[in-house]
Design a protein around this ligand. Structure first.
Ligand code: SF4
Ligand code: SF4
Length: 148
């Protein structure tokens, strides 16, 4: 997967990040930067191929939580216009209780968006969004022995 993460209104995060989980699983005390954040889930338009909707072959995203935004595109309710809170987001933005309420059923676009690239460099969009809600910047983990 590309490490380049650009500001794209059609992209959104995984919460938490599979990649970061993989990295952090090797750490003595794993932590996930998405815990206590959720900023991206209240910023981007979370749209995806409607073939991911339940009822479609192999689909899984609950239809009741989405808006059809094109012939083959759906968006998580609340995010259709960007800048809105995803209906799946539970808890309080920036606090420890924030989480994805449909984690196992979230669309692929959420699974693919990550706070770190494979080199351990923070996603600059995360830095910007975290700053906007008063959270600290993510540490740059590049150069660290993440496999130790
Ligand atoms: S903005 Fe970044 S750190 Fe915050 S929840 Fe989204 S992916 Fe995680
Ligand atoms: S489905 Fe979950 S991970 Fe995706 S934007 Fe909504 S709350 Fe965030």
């Amino acid at each position: 997967m590309s490490s380049a993460i650009t500001l794209d209104p059609d992209t959104i995060t995984s919460l938490p990040s599979p990649r970061f989980r993989k990295l952090s699983n090797s750490r003595p005390q794993p932590f996930n930067p998405c815990h206590g954040c959720g900023a991206c889930c209240s910023h981007f338009r979370v749209s995806f191929y409607s073939g991911e909707l339940e009822g479609e072959t192999g689909g899984w995203v609950p239809v009741s939580l989405v808006t059809q935004v094109g012939p083959l595109r759906a968006a998580m309710k609340g995010t259709e216009d960007g800048g809105g809170r995803c209906i799946g987001l539970k808890g309080d933005l920036g606090l420890s209780n924030v989480r994805c309420g449909i984690y196992e059923l979230r669309p692929s676009v959420c699974r693919d968006y990550e706070p770190y690239n494979e080199r351990g460099e923070p996603n600059p969009d995360c830095q910007r969004l975290r700053t906007a809600i008063g959270l600290s910047l993510l540490d740059d983990l590049s150069g660290r022995d993440l496999a130790a």
